[in-house]
Design a binder for this molecule. Structure first.
Ligand code: NAD
Length: 368
């Protein structure tokens, strides 16, 4: 495999291979696109079977971050890192601090955060060696748990979808099936029940189910395999990826799919088209769940909860713009989301061609 050929395929800017034999660090940082700003994305720790698998993952994930930040209206590019190690057995202070020094060496082109296999504590080690890390605990001035903000963005996306699909955004009396009542699902159910929605919830974790039914008494429990067939206005996947597939699409009786889970579609092209054919409105996952990213991105300017919440609420307008593009250009909502992101990058990339004198030191605070 030619490395430059691989980079060129999806327009990646930079790959950084990081090694420290003493601490056992083996990491790859991928910077996909920095047109809009520094590349932000988490550090995934995973025991990949081989280097090629790790490389493919980091390249795919970093590109996804470019689209996610661009669609969310953030002044950030897309990046991601993978640390090739087992998160259960290989973590140490030295490993994360060594990794932090490599991140620092990129001088802000890449900003890291926690991801699958890494935690807030790990990022605190990384932070000892670099300024370019987010996802820090509230106690240290960071943004803390992102899930309430993710849930808020998701709730706004659900209202925008209802408005588009039915002409009325009110949740009063609407039926919503929530798959997974963990960190995000719990807070989402709180918003939905407060607005008078009838919520059907499922989970495989009995403790999480008990918590949600104790706190929100009107919630009705459904068996995990029955959630797809609930006759409802909105199906909100908030658990796993690939839950929208050949098998589940035939069962669905919802008008809208709008939930926080990442990579909801088993096959992006095939299943977004299948949903459209079935008349189901799909809120692109990476847009409706951007509240978590918006939350950590806010740390870059000094974390302010009110500002993060306000920006996450703008997911309502972003989702509406995506539906408008999809209708006007007769494309799926997923393609429309990608188009919205690509056009923003193109437009803003062009304005950067104008010489503006000395560089602006303050980061622009724009949001669409
Ligand atoms: P979580 O682990 O706290 O909650 C997930 C819940 O889903 C758990 O209660 C789990 O028991 C349940 N679950 C797992 N398999 C299930 C199944 N087969 N059927 C029903 N329930 C099942 O995770 P979370 O932080 O709430 O995130 C939920 C989803 O949203 C994930 O896909 C995550 O990647 C995505 N997401 C989360 C955030 C965030 O801020 N936490 C941000 C963006 C995207």
């Amino acid at each position: 495999m030619g490395v430059f050929e691989e980079l060129a395929k999806k327009d990646h800017e930079q790959l950084v291979f990081c090694q420290d034999q003493d601490s056992g660090l083996k990491a790859i940082i991928a910077v996909h696109d920095t047109t809009l700003g520094p590349a932000l994305g988490g550090s995934r720790m995973w025991p990949y079977d081989n280097e090629e698998q790790a490389l493919r993952d980091v390249m795919r994930l970093s590109r996804g971050m470019t689209y996610k930040s661009a669609a969310a209206g953030l002044n950030l590019g897309g990046g991601k890192a993978v640390i090739i190690a087992n998160p259960k057995t290989d973590k140490s202070e030295a490993l994360f601090r060594s990794y932090g020094r490599f991140v620092q060496g990129l001088a802000g082109r890449y900003i890291t955060a926690e991801d699958v296999g890494t935690t807030v504590r790990d990022m605190e080690w990384v932070r000892m060696e670099t300024d370019f890390v987010t996802g820090i605990s509230r106690a240290l001035g960071g943004s803390g748990d992102p899930s309430p903000v993710t849930a808020l963005g998701c709730y706004e996306g659900i209202k925008a979808s209802l408005k588009w699909h039915t002409g009325n955004e009110s949740l009063e009396g609407k039926k919503v099936a929530v798959q997974g009542v963990g960190a995000v699902g719990y807070h989402l159910v709180q918003h939905l029940t407060r607005d008078g929605a009838k919520v059907f919830a499922t989970d495989i974790d009995q403790e999480n189910l008990r918590r949600v039914t104790t706190d929100f008494r009107s919630v009705e429990i459904v068996a995990p395999e029955k959630i797809y067939a609930v006759d409802c206005d909105v199906f909100a996947p908030c658990a796993l990826g690939a839950v929208i597939n050949d098998e589940t699409i035939t069962m669905l009786k919802c008008g809208i799919i709008a939930g926080s889970a990442n990579n909801q579609l088993g096959d992006e092209d095939k299943h977004s088209v299948a949903l459209e054919k079935k008349g189901i409105l799909y809120a692109p996952d990476y847009v409706i769940n951007a509240g978590g990213l918006i939350n950590v991105a806010n740390e870059l300017e000094g974390y302010n909860r009110e500002r993060a919440v306000q920006q996450a609420a703008s997911i309502y307008n972003i989702i509406t713009s995506i539906y408008q593009i999809a209708r006007d250009e007769k494309i799926t909502t997923l393609r429309a989301a990608n188009a919205l992101a690509e056009r923003r990058i193109q437009r803003l990339g062009r304005i950067k061609g104008t010489y503006a004198g000395l560089p602006v030191q303050k980061r622009a605070r724009g949001i669409i």
